[in-house]
Design a protein around this ligand. Sequence first.
Ligand code: HEM
Ligand code: HEM
Length: 420
Amino acid sequence: MTPATYHRASRYLHWAMAALIFYMVFLGWTLEDKDGGLFSRYQMHKSVGFLILLLTFVRIGLRVAYKAPPEIEGPKWQMAAAKAVHIGFYVLMIGLPLSGWALVSTAKVPVPTLWFGVVPIPHLPLGHDTHEVFEALHGLFAKLIFYVLIPLHVGAALMHHFIHKDDTVTRMLPGLEPKPTLLQSALNLRWLVPAVAVVGAFVLATFMMRGASVPEPAPVAAPEVVETVASAEPVTSEAASSTESASSSTEASTAVPVWTVSKAASYIHFATTFNGEAIKGGFGSYTADITFDPQRLDQSKATVVIDLASVNSGDQTRDDTLKSDSFFNTAATPKATFKATTFSQTGPDKYLAKGRLTLHGQTKPLDLPFTLKINGKQAVMTATAKLNRLDYGVGSGEWTATDAVPNAVSLDLKVTATTK
Ligand code: HEM
Ligand code: HEM
């Protein structure tokens, strides 16, 4: 026996998914429009996109498991067109998330996807050179669904309802009997379901547009002027914070916070080995100028200057060697400077500072991923990184060989800072 309506779950899913798709198209088109909350909007876009993919499979499963109502009588071309549009929807409800997934997986700077902030979704194993193809495809699919399929589909539904006055729309509505009068339909609470879904999606979309929905880190930190700690050996780099890029936003009226480092709770440490023996050290004197706001990464910046002669590895002779022209040559190049010029957010509390490190007279780009936790007016930034000392010419003569002192030096940074 063929049923008079679609399966109850299919009916609810139809309207919920229609609302989600509208929301996604508008969110997609406005992803970059606002300064603030860019990271959140992308995460939301990806999360809802994967939800749509999942629901599409559920919906196809229901469609296969339960019979659909019989085709509405009408000219053959109309029945064929309806079928084509429906199949087109299914193809795009799968094609849109897959092309989105592919374009995210092939991006030059892959940003991890955490499904609704909880489940990590891996990237697809695709080459970077396909990125532009998937990007174009994703945009094309969105245009196709929005400008072609939806108008045809909605137009046909309205035609059935208001001109032919048949049951086409009614049998897709969540609810009970398939044949209410027009007045009954209008009064019937069933209309509330799609209406609430659509209104809800737009409210959510508006909320998202303001960057308000997924909380984004508050004001951030990084040092201002410091000196601190530690012990030890060659190489530098450092500190936290940085600049520009990615998301962010709003309140352009207030100044980007300036952060002052708490010396006692911060350090610039490094680790290496000497003939297999672990050596840990650090720099006791450094300064840091940091203006940083996670909401305004494009206006954030940081410069850290390390006094290399303050190296402390727990052994005076070794420290003298480090300061000599065999390593840092502090007489000629007393300072190491890290200037962070671009900041981006890579996850909750996670950032990437891109900048340049000048050490031993050599300047090279340095990427510093870091974690930043902000609690009111206090922020704690931590980072670990690896640096090749020979890229900066640190270690001359016999020290250019890496058997005694390896090329890679690990850095371990912590900056605790406060703002007013
Ligand atoms: C039904 C699901 C989806 C719809 C309707 C949708 C829609 C859109 C739209 C309309 C755009 C703007 C395209 C443009 O400006 O040309 C867009 C961009 C984007 N979408 Fe989706 N999307 C969906 C799923 C996904 C998924 C699952 C992901 C990732 C996992 C994703 C990732 C992206 C990205 C990264 C962009 C920005 C592309 C760029 O920078 O040009 N989307 N999406
Ligand atoms: C993004 C938005 C939408 C999508 C993706 C979509 C998708 C679909 C699909 C795939 C079907 C076929 C179900 C099946 O046979 O398996 C369907 C049926 C239907 N849709 Fe939509 N729809 C959307 C929006 C709408 C809107 C806004 C309306 C009404 C104004 C509507 C009214 C209907 C009706 C009445 C049917 C039943 C058609 C029939 O029984 O032959 N849809 N929709």
